[in-house]
Design a binder for this molecule. Structure first.
Ligand code: M6P
Ligand code: ZN
Length: 194
């Protein structure tokens, strides 16, 4: 075996339950409520009302036990609940990898989208079960639930890449995703308030 600064973990199998959307053995789980999405929705008053109301869970992330360290490839399933705040579709915080490395998402259930922004260019990938969305190095990424059901996707990412949330707060994500009364999805320029 080659020498590693941090030795890799031993090979093992993970059972993926495609119905329950769980891993066995399970790893860490993360729950993000509306209050965790401070500064991300354009309509701040609507966001404050939602927090004051019942501070709903916007999304959860369940992971395998593969650690977030250099050279490992952790996996997680993110489930974003359906909802809109000030007309803007519920979404993940979004992040940039400080160590620019790629990532893949596989749509598992529901409908959503993958919004990517490199500081200048914006890309949107419609996500449904079976879609693989590829995030190249250097593109910040956010997932959005555009439907009426929970939207779930599998992520596989480099364990040492890290999560920079301040980049998104500073630069935005290029577009905001709204659902109109007729159900159609509209991507609006980030700087335009609703
Ligand atoms: C995916 C992966 C994770 C990420 C999660 C939630 O599962 O990209 O690395 O943590 O989505 O997204 P965020 O970190 O932006 O809240
Ligand atoms: Zn990522």
């Amino acid at each position: 075996m080659p020498d590693f600064r941090i030795p890799p973990i031993a090979p093992f199998a993970i059972t993926f339950d495609a119905e329950a959307l769980t891993f066995d053995p399970p790893g860490p789980t993360l729950t993000r409520r509306m209050s965790d999405l401070d500064g991300l929705f354009a309509d701040r008053a609507a966001w404050e009302n939602a927090v004051a109301d019942d501070d709903p869970v916007v999304y959860t992330v369940v992971s395998t036990p593969v650690p977030e360290i250099e050279r490992e490839l952790p996996q997680s399933i993110t489930t974003i609940h359906p909802g809109r705040t000030g007309g803007e579709c519920w979404m993940t915080k979004g992040h940039q990898h400080p160590d620019h490395q790629g990532e893949i998402y596989l749509g598992l259930a529901g409908t959503g989208g993958l919004l990517m922004f490199d500081g200048e260019r914006v890309e949107w990938v419609d996500m449904r079960p079976g879609t693989i969305g590829y995030i190249p190095p250097g593109w910040a990424h956010r997932s959005v639930n555009t439907g009426d059901e929970p939207y779930s996707f599998l992520a596989v990412y480099p364990g040492g890449a890290g999560h920079d949330y301040s980049w998104v707060l500073a630069h935005g994500m290029g577009r905001r995703v709204y659902r109109k009364a007729d159900g159609s999805i509209e991507l609006r320029d980030f700087s335009v308030a609703r």
